[in-house]
Design a protein around this ligand. Structure first.
Ligand code: HSE
Length: 340
């Protein structure tokens, strides 16, 4: 099926509008002044009739049904993989472009996996569905992409420090509530994480795979290769949930094929789209997840040589998981589609 070009002022549906990412999608559409003719908020039957603030007014949430997509040009989805799978045929049949935040379609060869700063051209090869990568992948490739272009990545070793927001709004509430319960000496309610998250770190995100890694770790490996068009790059990942509300952080050790100095990398990152270099050890300046919630860039700091390999660099990055890691990246893909 060939997709017609989008109107200048598309009708936009936000599917999963009442969730943490859905709400942020509405906020980003408003803040970026996305030129939507109309925005439709869709969610499960349970949330139908609720109101959400939007652009100085309110949107009434409608129950998401296959018919909801008639007349829609762009459907931003963040309602879980199962709902995305169920609704995909209706969205595509309606001629809308689905920009999907779930993991349902990311590795399908015909589905572009897009980070606009890194692989914008891929977006235009879509067949009705474009996937938004996993949050921890997005913030990593925004920094790695420009370095890869100058010195070719060979191997990436990364440990993540992922916020509660990655598990949804209820998981953020769980972190709040458990912290209070812990300090008050009460019994802790544990529902959304495998263990207590308050005053703890959990080295498990998503399910375990047969090789002992987790699905979150696997996603970061395969998605990074797909986005960078670099199947040869080796990626080793450990993902950890930490008691932070909404910014993910990552510690990276990167080996390149070609020589690259710290000064050169600093210049590349300072000029890179979507990156803010926050790196002044003398002033104890580096990005910290507790202080950057609600902001858009991927912040990079602690940039230094990794002397254990021939062409090595180490650095640390932080980004708001709900913004660049999810809602902002999805809306940026929609903006990108309107440019051609
Ligand atoms: N899988 C991520 C997390 C959310 O659990 O933090 C990414 O969208």
């Amino acid at each position: 099926m060939a997709f017609a070009s989008l109107p200048k002022n598309p009708v936009v549906a936000v599917a999963g509008a009442t969730g943490a990412v859905g709400r942020e999608m509405l906020l980003v559409l408003e803040q970026l002044e996305f030129p939507a003719a109309r925005v439709v908020a869709l969610a499960s039957k349970r949330s139908a009739g609720a109101t959400l603030p939007f652009a100085g007014g309110e949107l009434t949430v409608e129950e998401m049904r296959p018919e909801s997509f008639e007349g829609v040009d762009i459907a931003l989805f963040s309602a879980g993989a199962e709902v995305s799978r169920q609704m995909r045929p209706a969205v595509v049949a309606a001629g809308a472009v689905m920009i999907d935040n779930s993991s349902a379609f990311r590795m399908e060869p015909d589905v572009p996996l897009v980070v606009p700063e890194v692989n914008p051209d891929d977006a235009f090869a879509h067949h009705g569905v474009i996937a938004n990568p996993n949050c921890s992948t997005i913030q990593m490739v925004v920094a790695l992409g420009p370095l890869h272009r100058v010195a070719s990545l060979k191997r990436v070793v990364v440990a993540t420090y992922q916020a509660a927001s990655g598990a949804g709004a209820a998981a953020m509430d769980e972190l709040y509530n458990q912290s209070r319960q812990f300090l008050d000496g009460e019994e802790l309610d544990i529902k959304h994480f495998a263990h207590r998250i308050a005053f703890n770190c959990i080295p498990q995100i998503d399910v375990f795979l047969d090789d002992g890694s987790t699905k979150e770790e696997w996603k970061m490996v395969v998605e990074t290769k797909k986005i960078l068009h670099a199947p040869e790059v080796e990626v080793a990942v450990s993902c950890v949930r930490v008691p932070v509300l909404r910014c993910h952080a990552e510690a990276l050790h990167v080996e390149f094929e070609a020589p690259i100095s710290v000064e050169q990398a600093r210049g590349v990152l300072a000029a890179a789209e979507g990156v803010v270099l926050m790196d002044d050890p003398a002033e104890k300046t580096y990005p910290m997840p507790g202080l950057l919630a609600g902001t858009d860039p991927v912040y990079v700091g602690r940039l230094r040589k990794d002397p254990t390999v021939e062409h090595g660099l180490a650095f640390w990055n932080v980004a708001d998981q709900l913004r660049k890691g999810a809602a902002l990246n999805a809306v940026q893909i929609a903006q990108l589609l309107l440019t051609r």
